[in-house]
Design a protein around this ligand. Sequence first.
Ligand code: ROI
Length: 163
Amino acid sequence: MNNIFIGLGSNLSDPIQQILMAVDTLKKIPETRVIKRSSLYASPPMGPQDQPDYVNAVVELNSELSAHKLLDELQTIEQKQGRVRLRHWGERTLDLDILVYGEQKIDDERLTVPHSGIKERAFVLYPLAEIAPDLIIPQFGNIANLVQNCSRSGLNKINLDLI
Ligand code: ROI
């Protein structure tokens, strides 16, 4: 069994629903359980500023699948939710990234794990710290330190009761 963290992001086609639907679909992946979901967060775009704000969240999974098999499943979900990606670092309907896969370090043409952007990305670190405050990320160290060194950059929790 592997303990895994997935980052979710969307800024097109009703992003809150995109994220909630994706979490529901993650529950159907074979040999995999969803353990926790963070709050949803609104976050200003990293990259070109002339695109909508993102909705981001992080989910913890337990899975027997290999990282590459899990990536196949995530890419299928992205495609089924009509993934469009209009430009590099631009708007997208759904992005599912493997952030952390147990203790593993992976670096090949399909996957870099732990995800190389973790340290600079408030929209990854804050939701991750919410659900795994004691996490130690291979190569990067403990989540509390990483959060301390990363400004919130306009990140805001979304209150789903009001929606
Ligand atoms: N910016 C934010 N705020 N959230 C994302 O999920 C996100 N994803 C991306 C880029 C374009 C880097 N910017 C983002 O892929």
